[in-house]
Design a protein. Structure first.
Length: 273
């Protein structure tokens, strides 16, 4: 039901008949399925995005599996089963990380793969930094000690270790979540750090595993902005038209064409490449 409503929303957007399109019908259906996202309270755009992507994935995955069952013979059952976990959502947005974990006692190396649709990046500065700085911070090696020790199979006990993440599969569309809401001195606060992000030629090759053969250069296609604080805020978006390459600002019912220079904003919260 929500997938059908989303399809109608996208169709209305591309008809070109309206100054703006309200997602009211889609949201009405979505909040029935997920009451936590009711319109009466404030919500986090990243949490909402992940929930929408998962919901659409489940809907399209079911349809894809059903179509495969109808088209294939019983002898091709294994092929059908292998497609149950894929959809247009995973094809576009899903990437793979690998965490290389090395025991500091016996030096044994183990791998822990993990799928992702959104990468949540720490902001290493309180004033100004670049998206590259955020990526460096996310992918730098980390120490696992004390309560975070690993259980080493070879040593037979808990040991200190290092862990380093790398991308083993780069998605077609990669989404970065800038972690603006953070704990500081036992208090949760919003970081207003200016994060400078490139519009094109974002090269992820320093963080890509040698086993990955995907293209690693990306161009910015959308930004979600958050203005406000922890308890109250307002979301807007900048989106690049895929045909004309012009940028547009989406602020409730106000949809306006903007210059490229306006896309770099201090309020950026989600980046789509």
């Amino acid at each position: 039901e929500s997938a059908t409503a989303f399809g109608c929303l996208v169709a209305d957007m591309w008809l070109g008949k309206f100054d703006y399109v309200s997602p009211e019908a889609f949201h009405s259906i979505f909040e029935k399925r997920y009451p936590a996202f009711s319109r009466r309270t404030q919500h986090d755009a990243q949490e909402f995005l992940i929930c929408v992507l998962e919901d659409l994935h489940e809907a399209f995955k079911e349809v894809r599996a059903q179509l495969c069952q109808e088209r294939q013979s019983p002898a091709a059952g294994a092929s059908t089963r292998s497609l149950r976990g894929t959809s247009i959502i995973t094809q576009l947005f899903e990437g793979q990380l690998n965490y290389a974990i090395r025991c500091l006692t016996c030096k044994a190396l183990s791998d822990r793969p993990e799928s992702f649709t959104v990468l949540s990046l720490p902001i290493p500065s309180t004033r100004v930094c670049s998206l590259q700085d955020c990526l460096e911070c996310f992918f730098q090696p980390d120490m696992l000690t004390r309560n975070n020790q690993i259980h080493c199979y070879w040593c037979g006990g808990n040991q200190d270790a290092t862990v380093k993440a790398s991308i083993t599969k780069a998605p077609q569309i990669i989404i970065f979540h800038l972690k603006r809401f953070a704990w500081q001195d036992k208090h949760r606060r919003k970081l207003s750090t200016t994060v400078c992000y490139p519009f094109s030629d974002l090269d992820l090759s320093p963080y890509i595993s040698t086993s990955c053969c995907n293209n690693t250069e990306y161009s910015l296609c959308a930004v979600v902005n958050h203005a406000g604080d922890l308890d109250y805020g307002h979301y807007t978006a900048f989106c690049k038209h895929s045909v004309t390459k012009h940028w547009y600002s989406f602020d409730d019912a106000q949809v306006t064409k903007i210059p490229d220079s306006a896309v770099q904003a201090d309020t950026a919260y989600l980046l789509f490449y």
